[in-house]
Design a protein around this ligand. Structure first.
Ligand code: 9G3
Length: 568
């Protein structure tokens, strides 16, 4: 491809709405443009990257016995009513009607469609196992579409669904997909971690996330420094350490006037007690009932754990009006003592002595609170996010923490959907049995953004070779000079003939502009053809991340660069 023909409108200015580096770079480097909130048009460079990611995914899905299909984006309301999910997803679903006022959704995922499809045509145990997948646009009306492709309202997903006779079969399918996903992220050239995850609202009992490591990522994960345990902080079980010392003498509880003190940090300043010697009190509505949760002042509450522990189908933070009505104080002055509600306590609270918390009276706090003496929790439940320094629940090692982007997610579904959609098969004894399902997703467009998020520097994108839009860019320093263009053309032809994807920057631009663009769009290898070296029949070869040039003769450069590319 000649750069003069390629549509890659690069921008000098930093796009103001782009909050994260992948969003900024994909816009600046001319990979995409915003068409609407959370809706993007992909330009030629992005399409090349997306197709490469898709192709790697496709090859590994096929290798694992997946068969590619294509289901409709437009999904009939009845199918979602049958699964019970038409009413679950509310405004997150794009809904529409046809001319007869029949309801439809733009597909946010395809469990309903595929389960119906398989139910209609799978009769016997002989038809199973079966794995079907597609690569397609998905639609979710996010409240706040952000971070470019990370949280778009339209995005590209690979979704595979497995259908097995029983749990044992599901286990085999799940392991195959787990291995295929590892192969995919490895081939993409990305640093990733597989972590235990919560299967959340989707139901089922085993789930793993494939997290592409990046400091800006939204997923926080912990991993053990001793064994191979890794989980996201929402899922990771928190282990209570052995008590370090004997319980200190209990002090008399005391109420203290703390005017204007609302936050844990303010209380730290006021009382001089560190955050881990205080309790914070959070108020939730769990299936319509106001409840209190207390945990150490320096910890983060995990709503997913809380929802699980309470077995609540609806859980959200209470509003201050409701809280004030029932507790007699507002946020910032709440505590577990004397609350006329169920109080749930994190296990770490059992290790606190003489701690402080709100007094349930505005501008007052209690000090020297002790569990058992001053309040009795309804239940002790693990509700905090895991953190670096925690104890590994598998081996007792120490957990480390890092951040990343969830790019893949696999779930064991069991029979949730096959029961609801009545998808069954006839077993060897002529008995009807529900099909046992799994589902496995990779965000294709999100993976492209995650790759940029992980691989970039101050000059632009640094694509791993397997997903780079072009392997090589040839830059004649002055496109008006015939000898430079001639050498460039010759190399362009030779590389192309040997299967290298080459971009030839034949634009009438200053060399500096061409170099900047080559770095910005992230091409892994650059060949520069300048007047001085060309006199000696030589060209300069530079890898995107290297500082040093390599001077090679026109005769040797093709073989040497091919070897270089093959070694990547
Ligand atoms: C919806 C809406 C949003 C959703 C869902 C349904 C997330 C929904 C979970 C999944 C699970 C798996 C197949 C590929 C792998 C992941 N957000 N989920 O079911 F109606 Cl509006 O999509 N699906």
């Amino acid at each position: 491809m000649k750069a003069s023909q390629l549509f890659f409108p690069t921008l000098r200015e930093l796009p103001s709405e782009a909050e994260i580096v992948s969003h900024q770079l994909l816009l600046r480097a001319g990979y995409m443009r915003k068409t609407g909130a959370g809706i993007y048009s992909y330009l030629p460079l992005a399409v090349r990257v997306l197709k490469k990611i898709e192709q790697i995914v496709r090859e590994e899905m096929n290798r694992a016995d997946g068969q590619e299909i294509l289901m409709p984006i437009i999904q009939p309301q009845e199918l979602w009513e049958k699964s019970g999910r038409w009413s679950v997803y509310g405004d997150e679903m794009f809904r529409l009607q046809d001319r007869h006022k029949r309801g439809f959704a733009l597909g946010p995922t395809h469990e309903e469609i595929i389960t119906t499809l398989v139910d209609a045509d799978v009769q016997s145990y002989r038809d199973l196992p079966l794995m079907l997948y597609q690569i397609q646009n998905k639609y979710r009306d996010e409240i706040r579409p952000r971070f470019g492709l990370m949280r778009g309202r339209e995005f590209i997903m690979k979704d595979l669904y497995s259908f097995d006779l029983d749990e044992e079969g599901l286990d085999v399918s799940y392991k195959k997909m787990y291995a295929a996903y590892c192969a995919i992220f490895h081939r993409l050239g990305l640093e990733f971690r597989v972590v235990e995850a919560d299967s959340g609202a989707i139901g089922g009992n085993e789930s793993h996330e494939f997290v592409v490591l990046a400091d800006s990522g939204e997923s926080v994960i912990v991993y053990c420094d001793r064994c191979d345990y890794a989980a996201n902080v929402e899922k990771a079980e928190c282990v209570l350490p052995e008590p370090a010392k004997e319980a200190p003498p209990l002090q008399e509880m005391e109420k203290i006037h703390t005017p204007g003190v609302k936050t844990i940090q303010e209380l730290v300043g006021f009382l001089g007690h560190p955050a881990h010697e205080q309790a914070k009190t959070l108020m939730y509505m769990a299936d319509g009932e106001l409840i209190a949760v207390i945990l150490r002042g320096d910890r983060e509450l995990n709503e997913i754990k809380l929802q699980h522990a309470l077995q609540a189908s609806e859980l959200f933070m209470a509003d201050e009006m409701t809280v004030r009505e029932q507790c007699g104080a507002g946020f910032g002055s709440l505590g577990p003592v004397g609350l006329p509600l169920k109080v749930y306590a994190d296990p770490e609270i059992t290790r606190l002595y003489n701690f402080s918390a709100g007094a349930n009276q505005d501008d007052y706090h209690l000090v020297n609170i002790n569990l058992g003496r001053d309040f009795v929790p309804e239940e002790i439940i693990d509700v905090r996010n895991a953190e670096a320094g925690d104890i590994c629940p598998h081996c007792g090692g120490t957990l480390q923490s890092t951040r990343g982007i969830e790019a893949g997610h696999i779930f064991k579904l069991g029979t949730k959907y096959s029961d609801a959609m009545e998808a069954s098969y006839r077993d060897q004894n002529g008995q009807d049995q529900p099909i046992v399902m799994g589902c496995y997703g990779i965000g294709i467009s999100r993976t492209m953004a995650a790759a940029v998020e992980q691989k970039n520097d101050q000059d632009g994108i640094v694509w791993p070779l397997p997903i780079a839009p072009y392997h090589l860019i040839i830059v004649p320093v002055n496109s008006k000079k015939e000898d430079q263009m001639e050498a460039a053309e010759r190399l362009y032809q030779e590389f192309s003939a040997r299967g290298v994807e080459v971009l030839l920057d034949d634009r009438d631009e200053r060399a500096g502009v061409k170099f900047k663009d080559a770095d910005l769009i992230g091409i892994p290898v650059r060949i520069t053809i300048g007047p001085k070296s060309l006199q000696e029949n030589k060209v300069e070869v530079k890898k995107r991340m290297d500082k040093e040039n390599l001077l090679l003769t026109l005769d040797e450069v093709v073989d040497k660069v091919l070897a270089m590319l093959n070694a990547e």
